[in-house]
Structures are given as structure tokens and as C-alpha cells.
Design a protein around this ligand. Structure first.
Ligand SMILES: *[C@@H]1O[C@H](CO)[C@@H](O)[C@H](O)[C@H]1NC(C)=O
Ligand SMILES: *[C@@H]1O[C@H](CO)[C@@H](O)[C@H](O)[C@H]1NC(C)=O
Ligand SMILES: *[C@@H]1O[C@H](CO)[C@@H](O)[C@H](O)[C@H]1NC(C)=O
Ligand SMILES: *[C@@H]1O[C@H](CO)[C@@H](O)[C@H](O)[C@H]1NC(C)=O
Ligand SMILES: *[C@@H]1O[C@H](CO)[C@@H](O)[C@H](O)[C@H]1NC(C)=O
Ligand SMILES: *[C@@H]1O[C@H](CO)[C@@H](O)[C@H](O)[C@H]1NC(C)=O
Ligand SMILES: *[C@@H]1O[C@H](CO)[C@@H](O)[C@H](O)[C@H]1NC(C)=O
Ligand SMILES: *[C@@H]1O[C@H](CO)[C@@H](O)[C@H](O)[C@H]1NC(C)=O
Length: 644
């Protein structure tokens, strides 16, 4: 009875003095709270969802659900409601349990003397020396998982010191989890999400206004960030203005995602307006070194031009982590191996990309000098020039590149001259200048000899794999008695893959009509590089298809594997697909019932052959019936077939 009478009175006293400060005599005891002067933030005790542990935290006072932006004793919870936050004898701000044990301390060095703590209207809890008013400690220095307006994350290039956001372990456990967010103190400032220190997401370099790796950063809601250097090696990421009217904050979730959240007063819940990682290409280094990620492609990873998968099997099974390797050695490497130097390397432009990690930064260099600096140093493999950052150079490998439809920066990658030369135009020149054919032939011979030497050395140097592939290819082709057509032949036959000669676009690449030098009409299927098919698989399919010989099947005439291209050459079917006849009011009259019977008969023969009579049993996925002049018609089967 006595207790019941006393309790309300105790609350009256506490409530009467709505305050925002903590002193050694005015402490905060569970379940009380203090409120900032403008009633924006509260500091008090709370329990996370599905937990009975008690923590001291700061949260938005206008929000009904407690969403703490800061937690004091996150690694040492209270197991009952006996907790107190107060100023200790040495002037530190502390959280004590019922046994007066210190669970958390602001841990300012000893001898502070007289101090008090105040909860400010921006959510910062500041410990000040009484008298001088100097700030001794701030909760903004020791962030939890949430960034609110005016908060700062810092990183020092020289000392490597960082302030980071660190995730909770789970929604009901605020103790320090696996993930952290902050500025990387190396080279050009950029932000990362780390998982136990390993990067899992990267924003790309800061150019003074935006992060290169977040296209449209100004237009989305995350435009309140700024990075400020202090001239002493410290970079500070400041959140200037999260949308205060709707209680905006940036939160690193326990699952490693970094989101911008608003409080929707109508629905009484948090709304996610922006987050990273948002798709597979956001994952750090998804495609390995020299791989490029494009979320719109399938598969999402491809090698840069001039590079090929380091391990084709792994790559084709969609494990891209080993990345890609250079196909033809750069000039310096050629000299190093004792081959002829040959022509100067060049740069391939990769437009609108998130530039790779580990850039070196030459701030005061104009674009032309940047290019020259890179060209003149054998170790430089790429450069980029971007407003606000200027010259970026790369030395070892190119990691974590993704392409954007727009935005990003242009990256210039160093390639051997032979990878860059435009074979199609040089071919035209060769055809035109028949007078100097002799000279050209000898030049080609010299080139071939050089290539043989270079290739030999390259192969010897790099791996057994290429030579295996090449000899395998020759064996396969000999076995199949299939001609290997040269790229120039096909370029000439299709008038340089003129768009006017394009017959259609299949899932694996466009098909062009062409005419060989001897007058034969052909259809050239140019497999797109994005198909991700390795040389071995390709040759397997060529051999299989070439072994299928039937009157009712489109014949494969040859193939071409050159200059990174893989092409299949079929006989040309002048007429369109069968459906173009059947469903066209005029053309269908051309097909009388005798013809239709013949067609059905032929289709069946073709299918019967594929399914039963051929030595190889084919499962087809992409069968198309085509009328072949006056004869029956033939089945065009897709390039992607399997055999049993
Ligand atoms: C809390 O526990 C309930 C029941 O076990 C569960 O359904 C709910 O998902 C939990 N909430 C969170 C946020 O973990
Ligand atoms: C709470 O924790 C204290 C020590 O921190 C311990 O002595 C006490 O037994 C715990 N109480 C319960 C109910 O677990
Ligand atoms: C307090 O600071 C000292 C020295 O700076 C450090 O060694 C100690 O680990 C800190 N303690 C806590 C609880 O942060
Ligand atoms: C702290 O301040 C109070 C009042 O301002 C004063 O009475 C007390 O002596 C001071 N204590 C110390 C250790 O300075
Ligand atoms: C840089 O550091 C020096 C020495 O610690 C200090 O004197 C100077 O004020 C600092 N400059 C800035 C801009 O912080
Ligand atoms: C802040 O959020 C409110 C509600 O979501 C919105 O109407 C307003 O335009 C936002 N203000 C700014 C500056 O983004
Ligand atoms: C992918 O390849 C790497 C390197 O060979 C290997 O360590 C890793 O386990 C592979 N990952 C998967 C999912 O197979
Ligand atoms: C090329 O650049 C690297 C890295 O900056 C440097 O160590 C090396 O001395 C440079 N080489 C030449 C020839 O300038």
C-alpha cells in the first residue's frame, strides 16, 4: 500500500522536470527518458523487438515505434530494469547496472572533473566540462548503425583510423554485427560496405559532388552527402540534410544492406526509399578482375575486349570470381619475352562504367598528360579522366567494374595493337589495293611469322591451355571435314556484316546473308560474345552439327573462329520461315495441299532423323521450318542443342 502511494509521486517529480541533461545528481533510471529541447529526440531505456534485454538508446521522439539511432551499451545489455545512466566520479558518462557495475562508459581519459551531458536537438549526446563548456565526448563520434543529419564518418589516410557505422547482429540484438560502412582511407575517397573487413559493396570514387558508382545520385534522395578533406589526410563524410520533415535516416541493416528510410506517419512504419546493394552487379568484384558486370545481360558477367576467362569451365558454370586474363601480350611484355616489339599499344574505351577499385590519383594532371603518363609506363594498364577527380591510373588489375546505361565514367584500357586494329577496314584496303597485293602478302607473311614466334613464346609463358584448345580445334575440324573459313572471307561475303544483310536476330546472335567469292549464298550466324560459350563447347557443337547430314536439315558449311569471333556458316535459305507462308493471305495460296503434304512429310523425316536415325540423338530447342526453293524445305535447328 505504501509502495502504491509512493510510486505515482516519484513519477510526478521526474515528469515535472522535463529535461535534456544528465548530471551526477540528475541521472536517468529505467524506465525514464530525457527529451531534447525541441522535443525531436529522446534518450532512455528500451528493449529491441523479441528481446527482454534493456539498452540505453536515442530515438526520434515523434515516432511511435522505437527505432534507435544510437545505442550505448550495445555489447553489454542489462538483464533487468535496474539500469542507470549517470555521470561517474571521474566525470565520464556511464551506464551502471543494479550492482553498480559499469556496463558502458564514454571512456574519456581520467581527470575530467566536473561534467554534464546534454541531448541536443539533432540527436547528438554531448558530454561537456562544466565551466569551460568544452566538449569532451559526443555520441556522434561513436556511431551505431544509423546516420542522421549532422553525423560524420571519418577516415585518415595517414593513420588508417576510421569511424564506421556497424550493423546490429540481428533485429533483436544491437551488439556489433558483421557489417560496417565508412570511407576507405586509401587513395581517392570512396565508401564501402564491409563484411568483417572484406568489401562487399563500393560506391566508386567521390568527385566532389557525387560518387561515380551511383549514377543519378543527385536526382535520388541521397543528395545530402558531402565528403570534406581537412588537408591533414582526414576525409569526413557528412550527412548535411536527410529529409527531417519525414524523419529520414540511413541505416546499415543487420543483413549488410545500407538503406535510406523515412517514417511514414500515415502508415506508422518505416519506408525504404533507396538501398544498396540493389542487384547482383552491386556485389563487390562480382565478375573478377578484367570482368565487366552488366545487370541487363544474361549472363551478367563478360570479359573485356582483349581478355578471356581465366578458367573457362568455372566461368561457364557462372563462377566468375577468377576473372579474365589478357589474350595478347602488351608491347613491354613482348620485348620482355624477346619477341619483336611490334606496334605501340593503344587504349580501348569502355564508356559509362563504375571505374575499378585501387585507382592511383594524379589530381593536378590534364587529360592528355594523363593518357601519356599511362602510355609511357609499362605497368599502367588503364586510365580514366573525370571532372572533379581528374586523372586516375591503374597498375595491377581492374576489379569491380560495372556498366551503366548512363552516368559513370569512361575507362580507357590498354590493349595490344593487334587487339585494337580494325580488321574490317584494313580488309577493305587489302581488297582495294590489288596492285600491291604482293607487298601485302609478304607483310602478312612477316606478321604470321612474328605471330608464330610471339604466340609460341606467349603460350610457353602463360599456359598449356591455349595450345590444347588450338590443337583440339584442328583435330575436331579434321575429323568433321568441315572447312574453317577466315574472318576476312566472311567480312567480304557479308559486306562487313552490313545491317542490310541481316536476316534476323537469334538468342545467340545476329544472322547475316552473304555470298562467298565462288558465288555460293550463305547465312552467317555470328555468336555474340555475351553468350559466354567457351571455345571447347563451341567446337563440340560445330562437330556435332556438321555430322548431321540430312536432306531435310539445313547444312552447316563451315565455321570461323578468329579475332574473338565465333561464327557458324550455313547454306542460305532464300525463303522465309514456313509460318510466313501459312499465315499470309496471299502466300498461303502458293501452298496447295500436295505441297503442304510434302512439307509435313519432310518435317517428319527431319525430326525422325534428329530424334532416331542420326548417330547422335539431338534434343532441339529452336527448330524452324524453312521452304527451300522448289524443293521441300529444311529444318533449321538452333545452335544451342544438346546431345546424348
Ligand atoms: C519476433 O518473434 C516472432 C515469434 O517468434 C516472429 O514471428 C517475428 O518474426 C519476430 N520478429 C523479428 C523482428 O524478429
Ligand atoms: C543479470 O546479470 C547479473 C550480472 O550482470 C547477474 O548477476 C544476474 O544473475 C543476472 N540476472 C538474471 C535474472 O539473469
Ligand atoms: C577505454 O580507453 C582505453 C584507452 O584509450 C582503452 O584501452 C579501453 O579499451 C577503452 N575501454 C572501452 C570500454 O572502450
Ligand atoms: C562540481 O561542481 C559543483 C557545482 O558546480 C561543485 O559544487 C563541486 O565542488 C564541483 N566538483 C569538482 C570536483 O570540481
Ligand atoms: C594539421 O595538423 C597540424 C599538426 O597536427 C595542425 O597544426 C594543423 O592545424 C592541422 N591542420 C588542419 C587543417 O587541421
Ligand atoms: C521530405 O519528405 C516529404 C515526405 O516524404 C516530401 O514531401 C518532401 O518533398 C521531402 N523534402 C525533401 C527536401 O526531399
Ligand atoms: C569459384 O571459384 C573459386 C576459385 O576457383 C573457388 O574458390 C570458389 O569456391 C568457387 N565458388 C563456387 C560457388 O563454386
Ligand atoms: C611506373 O609506375 C610505377 C608505379 O607508379 C613506378 O613504380 C615505376 O617507377 C614507373 N616506371 C617508369 C618507367 O616510370
Amino acid at each position: 500500500m505504501v509502495a502504491l502511494l509512493l510510486l505515482p509521486c516519484f513519477f510526478c517529480l521526474q515528469l515535472g522536470a522535463a529535461r535534456d541533461t544528465i548530471t551526477s545528481s540528475q541521472y536517468v533510471k529505467d524506465p525514464d527518458a530525457i527529451v531534447s529541447a525541441g522535443n525531436k529526440f529522446k534518450l532512455g531505456f528500451f528493449s529491441p523487438v523479441n528481446s527482454t534485454n534493456r539498452y540505453v538508446g536515442i530515438w526520434f521522439s515523434s515516432v511511435t515505434a522505437i527505432t534507435p539511432v544510437w545505442v550505448a551499451n550495445r555489447n553489454k545489455p542489462l538483464n533487468d530494469s535496474s539500469g542507470v545512466m549517470t555521470i561517474s566520479g571521474d566525470g565520464n558518462l556511464v551506464v551502471l547496472n543494479g550492482q553498480k557495475e559499469t556496463l558502458w562508459s564514454s571512456n574519456v581519459s581520467k581527470g575530467v572533473g566536473n561534467s554534464s551531458a546534454q541531448l541536443m536537438d539533432d540527436g547528438n549526446l554531448v558530454l561537456r566540462e562544466i565551466g569551460s563548456g568544452n566538449s569532451l565526448w559526443e555520441s556522434f563520434q561513436e556511431p551505431s548503425d544509423t546516420m542522421i543529419t549532422n553525423m560524420r564518418l571519418t577516415a585518415n589516410v595517414r593513420t588508417g583510423e576510421k569511424t564506421l557505422l556497424s550493423s546490429w547482429r540481428s533485429p533483436s540484438d544491437p551488439s556489433i554485427g558483421a557489417f560496417s560502412v565508412g570511407i576507405d582511407p586509401g587513395r581517392i575517397p570512396q565508401c564501402f560496405i564491409w563484411n568483417y573487413g572484406h568489401p562487399i559493396y563500393r560506391t566508386g570514387p567521390w568527385n566532389g559532388q557525387v560518387f561515380i558508382g551511383i549514377p543519378g545520385m543527385n536526382s535520388v534522395n541521397i543528395n545530402g552527402f558531402d565528403i570534406v578533406p581537412d588537408g591533414n589526410g582526414t576525409f569526413t563524410l557528412i550527412l548535411n540534410s536527410a529529409n527531417e520533415s519525414s524523419i529520414g535516416s540511413f541505416v546499415l541493416s543487420y543483413d549488410g544492406s545500407f538503406s535510406e528510410l523515412y517514417w511514414d506517419y500515415g502508415k506508422e512504419e518505416r519506408v525504404n526509399v533507396w538501398r544498396v546493394p540493389n542487384n547482383e552487379c552491386d556485389v563487390y568484384g562480382k565478375c573478377g578482375s578484367f570482368g565487366i558486370c552488366n545487370a541487363k545481360n544474361s549472363p551478367i558477367c563478360s570479359c573485356m575486349k582483349g581478355f578471356e576467362p581465366k578458367d573457362a569451365d568455372e566461368w561457364n558454370s557462372r563462377n566468375w570470381t577468377s576473372g579474365c586474363v589478357r589474350r595478347r601480350p602488351l608491347k613491354c611484355e613482348r620485348i620482355q619475352y624477346g619477341a619483336e616489339a611490334g606496334k605501340e599499344d593503344g587504349f580501348l574505351k569502355l564508356p559509362t562504367v563504375k571505374v575499378p577499385d585501387f585507382a592511383d590519383w594524379l589530381f593536378s594532371v590534364p587529360e592528355q598528360t594523363c593518357r601519356e603518363n599511362c602510355m609511357n609506363n609499362c605497368s599502367c594498364i588503364a586510365y580514366a579522366y573525370y571532372t572533379g577527380i581528374r586523372c586516375m591510373l591503374w597498375w595491377e588489375s581492374l576489379t569491380d567494374i560495372r556498366t551503366f546505361p548512363s552516368g559513370g565514367a569512361d575507362l580507357y584500357v590498354r590493349l595490344a595493337y593487334s587487339e585494337l586494329e580494325n580488321r574490317t577496314t584494313s580488309m577493305k584496303v587489302i581488297i582495294g589495293l590489288t596492285v600491291v597485293v604482293g607487298a601485302i602478302i609478304s607483310a602478312i607473311c612477316a606478321f604470321c611469322m612474328w605471330r608464330r614466334i610471339a604466340d609460341y613464346r606467349e603460350r610457353k609463358k602463360r599456359s598449356m591451355k591455349i595450345s590444347l584448345d588450338e590443337s583440339m580445334m584442328q583435330n575436331d575440324l579434321n575429323q568433321a571435314k568441315l572447312p574453317l573459313l577466315s574472318l576476312p572471307e566472311l567480312v567480304a561475303a557479308t559486306n562487313n556484316f552490313d545491317i542490310a544483310n541481316k536476316l534476323g536476330q537469334g538468342g545467340f546472335g545476329p544472322v547475316y546473308k552473304g555470298r562467298l567469292a565462288d558465288g555460293q549464298e550463305i547465312a552467317v550466324k555470328r555468336l555474340s560474345r555475351a553468350s559466354g560459350q567457351g571455345l571447347e563447347e563451341f567446337m563440340n557443337e560445330v562437330v556435332v552439327i556438321s555430322k548431321l547430314q540430312h536432306k531435310n536439315l539445313v547444312r552447316l558449311l563451315g565455321c570461323c573462329v578468329e579475332g574473338g569471333e565465333k561464327m557458324l556458316v550455313y547454306e542460305y535459305m532464300p525463303n522465309k520461315s514456313l509460318d510466313a507462308f501459312l499465315f499470309d493471305p496471299l502466300r498461303k495460296q502458293l501452298l496447295d495441299w500436295n505441297k503442304r503434304f510434302d512439307i509435313v512429310d519432310g518435317i517428319c523425316r527431319g525430326l525422325l532423323y534428329l530424334h532416331r536415325d542420326s548417330r547422335l540423338k539431338i534434343i532441339h530447342r529452336d527448330l524452324k521450318a524453312r521452304i527451300f526453293e522448289s524443293e521441300n524445305f529444311r529444318l533449321w535447328y538452333g545452335q544451342d542443342i544438346w546431345w546424348q
